[in-house]
Design a protein around this ligand. Structure first.
Ligand code: ARG
Length: 644
């Protein structure tokens, strides 16, 4: 669509002049950008400044009570006295008769701008109705050159979830799964070509230990009955035997001794030998490894499907090519970065301008390390996908690892490649494992959420009635509950895995979001919105509460852009909660109006009567609200439980 079409769409606004063009404004994507453009145009004629300066002085307060837009006066006119400037602007503004804005009001260095309540519905309702599922998305952002639509889409690789196949699926893996799906969704929404990779922890010493455990405790029968459960059981058993050896070796090392002797015997030696066999291509060891990997992938895939998440590729540490690893080592040697130390190959980070610490590339037995595999994996992926960007959605326990990884690429003179990589980290503390106990399987997490959700629905008939069949609703809403909990906290913040909290109908939970969405669907079923509203209907939406709701809806594209920059899904969650907040105020105001009206015309006995009271204007407002909620939920990976 074009700006001319947009202007046709907004014909009822009586804007007189065409939308002023500004390079950084995208009026086809954001209704607030239309307002920014007109405002900048007015400002630059009022203070006689550069149009771009005027445009850049306009900011977004992100809270309608601080205005819909705000002009930062020192940015508009550096050096001017802010209160004099504000006074002057207000005076001139009043002569300006622009149908978009009310008279602004000053507050410190801000000039607060409110949109004209009468204009809001004529601007927003056609706009959202026209954009539908595209409202809040920005396909042109993902183009290599946004000025020519043919220029091809940018490519991003998102690596997330990445659990370890020998060990428990932990809280940090759950959070990575959910955040990673969001990161993938928002890139897709912004027009990028997205490849989703699950980089399994399926190689290295822990798999060696599992192999040893299998020799001691493995049972074909138990494996057939519950493959993943049995393998976890085997791992925990052998690990319990191994821990004392590990503790002894760490202690000796801390005391300055050489743990080589401890590590040269017992389970230590057996574990290392098993891993060595795997690296040397021993058929028996690899056959066992392959079975373990296959049953785990199968199990994970089911888990992801219940969360409505999928991957394009299950890669993993085991899939990294030994040739590429050798290539990396060769380059490191040529650059003089790699050195030998006690039989191992290491990089002394401090010597090369990094932070303190030693990065091990190959261990004493000649085995590849986690870091070496990761370096080679980056190289392989950059060749395979030719990405413009690659994002690792991994817990903050990997902060040092990734900063080393990026630093080493720079040492290899691959700063270009390093610059395309981003670690989107998050606080991994969630207490999920503590609450589920050791040896839990991932699907048990989801089962517990669904069961708790069913209990809550059965106890709340009013809400359950709106959400449909309790059993089915518990499945969908239970997953929303879990996802919403993980998405509501900022990435850096602690959050607690709390099944009863997440499944309750409290404000800002997943179930509450689904409930309000269902409420709108149920109203719209009997009162579908019709786009052509009469002047009277438009006027009715200029009342305080509906106008405030429209002002919140106008922010959605700016909210998605903010979340795209920060990679914070909580930005979207918080926003959706503010939509619901304002929607509930609208319902309250309507309820009051209804009672007052009935009292005046003496029809008080009909209060509980049929709901014939949704006006065409309200229906359109609800439809726009439903649309924004739907777009936001989908972006977060939440599936609406109800339809119109
Ligand atoms: N498997 C690792 C863990 O569970 C996470 C993998 C992170 N990704 C990477 N490319 N190193 O902690």
């Amino acid at each position: 669509s074009t700006v001319a079409e947009l202007e046709g769409l907004l014909g009822g606004l009586d804007l007189k002049t065409p939308i002023p063009p500004f390079p950084s404004s995208d009026v086809l994507k954001s209704p607030l950008d239309i307002c920014r453009s007109y405002l900048a145009d007015i400002l630059c004629s009022l203070v006689d400044c550069d149009p771009v300066v005027a445009y850049n002085s306009i900011q977004w307060p992100n809270n309608i009570f601080n205005g819909d837009l705000t002009v930062i006066l020192p940015k508009l006119s550096p050096g001017a006295n802010a209160s004099e400037l504000a006074f002057d602007l207000m005076k001139k503004f009043s002569e300006y008769e622009c149908p978009l804005f009310l008279l602004p009001f000053p507050e410190g260095v801000h000039l607060r701008i409110m949109l004209m309540p009468h204009t809001l519905p004529r601007l927003l309702l056609p706009y959202i109705n026209d954009r539908k599922g595209g409202y809040g998305s920005d396909v042109s952002l993902g183009l290599k050159d946004p000025s020519s639509p043919e220029s091809g889409r940018k490519k991003v690789v998102v690596e997330f979830s990445s659990p370890n196949i020998a060990k428990d699926f932990e809280g940090k893996h759950l959070r990575s799964t959910i955040l990673g799906a969001f990161v993938s969704n928002i890139y897709e929404t912004m027009g990028w070509d997205v490849t989703k990779i699950n980089y399994l922890g399926d190689w290295g010493k822990p798999i060696g230990l599992l192999g040893v455990g299998w020799e001691k405790f493995g049972s074909e029968e138990a494996f057939q009955a519950d493959p993943v459960g049995h393998l976890l059981d085997v791992y925990h058993k052998v690990n319990e035997l191994f821990i004392p050896e590990l503790v002894a070796s760490r202690k000796l090392r801390d005391e300055g001794g050489d743990p080589a002797e401890i590590e040269g015997q017992g389970l230590f030696a057996e574990r290392n030998a098993f891993f060595k066999k795997m690296e040397d291509g021993d058929e028996e060891a690899l056959a066992l490894f392959k079975r373990v990997r296959d049953v785990n992938i199968d199990n994970f895939t089911k888990l992801y499907a219940r969360l409505n998440i999928s991957f394009d590729e299950y890669s993993g540490e085991s899939q990294v090519s030994p040739d590429v690893m050798a290539e990396v080592e060769q380059m490191l040697k040529e650059k003089g970065v790699l050195e030998e130390s006690g039989g191992a190959w290491i990089i002394d980070m401090k010597k090369h301008g990094g932070r303190a610490g030693v990065a091990i590339i190959r261990d004493r037995a000649g085995g590849s390390t986690y870091l070496l595999r990761d370096l080679a994996a980056v190289l392989e992926r950059s060749r395979k996908f030719e990405f413009d960007k690659m994002i690792f959605v991994v817990a903050a326990d990997h902060n040092v690892h990734f900063s080393r990884l990026f630093k080493i690429l720079e040492l290899l003179e691959m700063s270009d490649l390093a610059g395309k990589l981003q670690h989107v980290h998050f606080n991994e503390v969630s207490q999920m494992s503590e609450k589920l106990g050791p040896g839990h399987q991932p699907h048990e997490i989801l089962d517990q959420c669904e069961t708790a959700m069913l209990g809550v629905l059965e106890a709340d008939e009013e809400k359950a009635a709106l959400l449909g069949d309790p059993q089915e609703a518990a499945t969908v809403v239970g997953m929303t509950a879990l996802l919403a909990q993980e998405l509501a906290a900022r990435r850096a913040n602690d959050h607690i895995f709390d099944i009863s909290g997440m499944t309750s109908f409290k404000l800002s939970t997943g179930p509450e979001l689904q409930y309000w969405y269902a409420k709108l669907c149920s109203i719209l079923k009997t009162h579908p919105g019709q786009p052509d509203l009469s002047d009277e209907e438009f006027a009715s939406l200029a009342e305080e509460e509906p106008a405030n709701l429209l002002r919140v809806l106008a922010q959605y594209p700016d909210v998605t852009h903010a979340a795209f920059k920060s990679m914070e899904p909580s930005t979207i969650m918080t926003y959706l909660v503010s939509v619901i907040d304002q929607l509930s105020l609208c319902f309250e105001a309507e309820e009051v109006a209804r009672v007052v009206e009935q009292q005046t015309i003496g029809e008080i006995e009909d209060v509980s009567g049929q709901d014939t009271s949704v006006s065409p204007g309200q229906a359109m407002l609800y439809e726009a609200t439903r649309r924004v909620l739907e777009n936001g939920m989908k972006l977060l990976g939440l599936t609406p439980a109800t339809k119109v």
